[in-house]
Design a protein around this ligand. Structure first.
Ligand code: BG6
Ligand code: MG
Length: 219
């Protein structure tokens, strides 16, 4: 395919696009749910995808009739994060998702600015463990934004951090809320996953190794 539109920068989501960490988030939530006597069905994994920490907790607690105060909810979210941090201690560059390492390398070789827009407060630790931290010119993560995806704030912040106009950015996501966030930021959205879930994206691919840099960037 030869795309007629060309872009100046790429903004990546992290969990589920670059890193195989979506499974760790789910395992950590499932562990917490079990501790609370809540059964978390497998299909909850896709509903949790891309949701920030407290919104994920609310979704899980909705499966129970118990009432939790805001302080208790904070403690539960901290507990899940401890489970998650223990799981990501095992991360290595082998946990890069298919095509991610190669794509990042091609972008750097071509001098195309790259930023991260991640809903995770653990994003910096994850990219460090994956050995790709130096590939990013700018990192926008949940520690810096007020409004979670699908609000466009995090992608707009990433574009601003790169000093590139939003319309000249191409951004990549694996969650529907993230795709909405990109679209609302006025960027070109690429969804990694299935067409059904990510139908709002300008382009959907199965994995990053289907992404061709030549189609979107002038050499
Ligand atoms: C997103 C993940 O990137 O970050 C979600 O897709 C996760 O599953 C969210 O809940 C928040 O992550 P963290 O590490 O701040 O709890
Ligand atoms: Mg994601």
């Amino acid at each position: 395919m030869n795309n007629t539109q060309h872009f100046d920068a790429v903004i990546f989501d992290l969990d589920g696009v670059i890193a195989n960490t979506a499974k760790f988030h789910f395992l950590a939530w499932r562990q917490l749910a079990e501790e609370l006597g809540i059964h978390l069905p497998d299909e909850a994994e896709s509903r949790l995808k891309g949701l920030e920490r407290m919104a994920s907790l609310e979704l899980i607690l909705a499966e129970s009739d118990a009432h939790y105060s805001e302080t208790q909810k904070q403690l539960l979210a901290d507990k899940k994060n401890k489970h998650y941090c223990r799981l990501i201690e095992t991360l290595t560059p082998m946990d890069l998702l298919r095509g991610a390492g190669e794509l990042l390398e091609q972008l750097v070789i071509r001098d195309i600015p790259v930023a991260l827009a991640s809903a995770s407060k653990n994003a910096a630790a994850v990219i460090e463990r994956l050995g790709i931290a130096e590939r990013f010119t700018y990192i926008a993560d949940a520690n810096r934004v007020q409004n979670p995806k699908p609000d466009p704030e995090i992608f707009l912040m990433a574009a601003q951090g790169l000093n590139i106009a939003p319309a000249a950015c191409l951004a990549i996501e694996d969650a529907a809320a993230g795709v909405e966030s990109i679209n609302r930021a006025g960027m070109f959205s690429v969804g990694v996953g299935n067409q059904q879930e990510l139908g709002e994206a300008n382009k959907v691919i199965g994995s990053l190794n289907e992404f061709s840099v030549e189609d979107y960037f002038k050499s």
